[in-house]
Design a protein around this ligand. Structure first.
Ligand SMILES: *[C@@H]1O[C@H](CO)[C@@H](O)[C@H](O)[C@H]1NC(C)=O
Length: 838
């Protein structure tokens, strides 16, 4: 397209990037639903979504930004009609709504489009509501890739998803300004916004602090993010099955540690709310189903029903438990304890007593802080043996976890958390919409609108298309302009989302002097690695944090090419399980890259050849899952997948918390595009990990990485080099040797002896099967990384259940058979003495 034409289009339609609309009439406490980019009002089950482009809509539209619309989306989401359009913004976009001060649920809907040229995977943006930071550097597809893509059963184009973020905001002004701000050099999109008044209905009661006193929640000027909302023991409850609040209630089983610790019970007869004030907290449907403890055929049940949730460290959480006694007709039939993060939140909990009878819906709120050191929240219900109940059994009907704002912030960016404690965003709010082939058509009109703009904008600003061949690494950072911060509407505080974390994203430019200072003038004693490109130094940058500083050797031409690839890849990719780039230095012919420092070095150094303590089986599984996630993101997160091409245990790095990150993108290639099913290049990679099919046919696909990853899995089990020429002939190549044992289903004979007795045999068996599948001869018969990831998660569950069972046995024997234990202990001691005497 001609540049000139483009300019015209731009000037005609998309001039000012601030968008305000104000309700005319009196402000009323009524739901206000915005169908972003829509030119008409859409009604879904009686709720009216006002198109922000619609004529005569009682809204004043001062100006407009890009609207993306789509003609059809075949899917089963109830929100389908409002997902047909979106707003796409490359600059700040504000929605301003007059409101009556009070509490509001605000939901943001993101249903990504798949574009041909504009890659929604590259979107990154933040959201601020009345000065409260809700989201920073949100990458919707990245968020999905991080945790949830493996839910997709068949892969490919068969399904899509949407992300719904839900907040409760205590608005103390008569206006709500929602600012959407793209990250530096990026863009964002939004499909719909819900603003639903809730008054004092949701958080009116006193909250019990775990291990402390009751407290009250003052929401004014504060915010809450819904992290999880589960209908325990029952089916999913869709938004239109809830009240006017339209909440979604997810199934709980996937959060349970041992799913068969709890059985589902159901009783839909005449449930009533214990207090009428509770009627908007949850629909009665939630109370009709529950989970109670499995009947273990023993007198006393001695285990917990446990749920585990990933949460964001360094925030406070409100845990709301919903109860309704469905079975027993009197008090003391079911008495239990509630634990939150291993601490007792309640003793002698008797739902019958608390709720005032059977079939009475009741809830209890708890408050707990999660430190910067944890990213999990455990909820456990178990017997209270001291209570003298006739039955030790627990019950739970529903569960919600809310995150409370701290210092005007609710946002959490996992990618830049230097402590490594970061986690993914809550799984519950990703709603899967199976759309068949429909997703393609969603984009058609959207493309028509947005591409015009985007291409024009790119031409105007000399943005470099990083998917095409690089124009040289020096230019890569030049296009990152300064984002125009959005205007302060009505004097509302607008927070700069592009603070330190944003500069991490774009890469800070270091001076050579700073690099010299950081590395003690390239002190050899600080060298932590050497590659084709040059050396890697451990250094301390000015803010005091540690960094890995990679200095290119100017002599090496090949190194230079790989260097460029790596910058290109890393400036485009952001993921918890990929090593991230902090900045670069380009001065006096020096080409230096600065990465986050990975305190625990390579995975290989923890397996063999060093004096580091061995990793446990669980740690090994966690590392494999992390690495698989990183690779899965590479393969599927970008528009065209990226093939790592050099997957090996020295390219899997571990941070101080043993979070695994893929590194070394020097050999990476973007994967096949639509027209080509493979990338044909000179064979590169590392001996011992190399896909034989790739070697034979020189055709590179994602499945070559899967092969190499399979070798990594065997290396993790056996803790030996992939090629060891000093061994007998049949053992030299690990892949061949391990496969020989795997085919006989006797991997345990060659397992790292340091793991013996400390792994669940069932998990090893499954693990071996995954590795075997990865090494299948023909690439097309190998699993995808998404499938590998899914199976590894399952292996971890098997192992955790096994560990849990062992813990249980131990606690059982310790409390019950103290005397026996003492005797046993003496026996062991005697045994030891005897051995030592021999
Ligand atoms: C249940 O969980 C709590 C908290 O983690 C723990 O202290 C307790 O020992 C567990 N009870 C059983 C029977 O496993």
């Amino acid at each position: 397209m001609e540049k000139k034409q483009c300019r015209e289009v731009v000037s005609l339609f998309f001039v000012v990037m601030i968008f305000v609309f104000i309700t005319t009439g009196e402000a009323q406490a009524q739901p206000f639903l915005i169908n972003c980019g829509g030119n008409s009002t859409v009604s879904i089950d009686g709720r009216k979504w006002i198109g922000d482009l619609a004529p005569n809509n009682n809204l004043t539209l001062s100006s407009t930004v890009m609207a993306a619309t789509a003609s059809s989306l075949s899917g089963d989401s109830i929100y389908e009609p409002i997902y047909k359009s979106a707003r796409v913004f490359t600059d700040g976009l504000n929605y301003t709504v007059e409101v009556i001060p009070g509490n509001y649920i605000v939901r943001l809907h993101f249903c990504p489009f798949t574009f041909d040229n504009m890659n929604i995977n590259d979107s990154s943006f933040g959201v601020v509501a009345n000065g409260l930071k809700l989201l920073t550097q949100l990458s919707v597809p990245g968020e999905i890739a991080h945790k949830n893509l493996y839910l997709q059963s068949s892969g490919g184009n068969g399904s899509s998803f949407s992300l719904i973020k839900e907040y409760v905001l205590g608005i103390n002004l008569d206006v709500l300004v929602i600012e959407l701000i793209p990250s530096e050099g990026s863009f964002g999109f939004v499909n719909a916004i819900e603003i639903v008044p809730v008054g004092d209905r949701l958080f009116a009661d006193a909250i019990r602090r775990v291990g402390g006193n009751d407290m009250n929640l003052n929401l004014s000027g504060q915010g809450i993010e819904t992290m999880y909302r589960l209908n325990v023991g029952g089916p999913e409850i869709k938004p239109n099955q809830d009240s006017d609040l339209w909440r979604m209630w997810e199934v709980d089983s996937s959060y349970m540690i041992t799913a068969n610790a709890g059985v589902e019970i159901r009783n839909s007869s005449n449930i009533t709310y214990a207090s009428m004030n509770d009627s908007s907290l949850a629909p009665l449907l939630v109370y009709e189903t529950a989970r109670s403890m499995s009947n273990t055929e023993v007198l006393e049940k001695r285990f917990n029903m446990s749920w585990k949730f990933e949460v964001h460290p360094d925030f406070d959480y409100l845990v709301r438990l919903h109860f309704c006694e469905l079975v027993y007709d009197s008090a003391k039939d079911r008495i239990f304890r509630i634990y939150i993060n291993n601490r007792t939140a309640a003793n002698t909990f008797d739902v019958y007593v608390k709720a005032g009878g059977k079939n009475r819906a009741y809830h209890q709120d708890y408050f707990d802080a999660v430190s910067s050191k944890t990213d999990t929240l455990w909820i456990q219900l178990g017997p209270d043996t001291a209570a003298g109940a006739s039955g030790t059994d627990a019950l739970l009907n529903g569960l919600e976890i809310f995150k409370l704002s701290r210092n005007g912030n609710l946002a959490y960016v996992e990618k830049y958390d230097s402590s490594g404690n970061s986690v993914g965003h809550s799984k519950s709010w990703i709603l899967w919409v199976v759309t068949g082939a429909g997703i393609a058509s969603v984009a058609i009109l959207a493309v028509a609108f947005t591409l015009v703009f985007y291409i024009c904008k790119n031409q105007g600003e000399k943005t470099i298309d990083m998917k095409n061949n690089s124009t040289g690494w020096r230019l890569l950072f030049l296009h990152r302009g300064i984002v125009n911060s959005s205007a302060n509407a009505k004097g509302m505080g607008s927070q700069n989302l592009n603070g330190s974390t944003a500069s991490t994203r774009s890469g800070k430019r270091f001076t050579l002097a700073e690099i010299r200072a950081a590395t003690n003038n390239f002190d050899e004693s600080l060298v932590i690695g050497v590659g084709g490109f040059g050396k890697v130094y451990k250094g301390e940058i000015e803010d005091g944090s540690l960094a890995a500083i990679k200095r290119a050797n100017p002599q090496s031409e090949q190194g230079l090419a790989e260097f460029e690839t790596e910058i290109e890849m890393l400036s485009k990719l952001r993921h918890r399980h990929l090593v991230s780039l902090i900045g670069f230095c380009e001065e006096q012919d020096e080409m230096i890259l600065v990465y986050e420092y990975m305190a625990n070095g390579t995975l290989r150094s923890h397996l063999f050849g060093s004096d580091r303590p061995p990793l446990t089986w669980k740690q090994r599984l966690d590392v494999c899952i992390g690495a698989a996630r990183g690779l899965h993101y590479l393969h599927t997160g970008a528009e065209r997948g990226i093939i790592h091409r050099d997957v090996k245990t020295t390219n899997i790095l571990l941070d101080e918390n043993f979070v695994a990150k893929m590194s070394d993108f020097g050999l990476s290639k973007t994967g096949p595009s639509m027209e080509h099913t493979h990338v044909s290049t000179a064979v590169k990679g590392s001996f011992g990990y190399l896909d034989p099919e790739y070697f034979r046919r020189q055709h590179l696909t994602e499945k070559s990485d899967v092969y190499s990853f399979g070798v990594v899995l065997f290396e993790v089990i056996c803790a030996r080099a992939v090629i060891n020429p000093t061994l007998p002939k049949d053992q030299i190549n690990l892949a061949e040797w391990a496969m020989k044992w795997q085919r006989q289903r006797s991997l345990q004979t060659i397992i790292d002896p340091r793991l013996k007795g400390n792994y669940s045999p069932e998990s090893l068996e499954k693990f071996g099967e995954i590795a075997e599948k990865c090494l299948v001869d023909e690439g097309k018969n190998r699993p995808t990384m998404g499938e590998v990831l899914w199976h590894l998660e399952y292996v971890l569950q098997l192992h955790e259940a096994w560990m849990h069972a062992i813990d249980r046995e131990n606690s059982f024997s310790s409390s019950q058979d103290l005397w026996e234990l003492v005797v046993e202990d003496t026996d062991i001691k005697n045994g030891k003495e005897i051995t030592s005497l021999e």
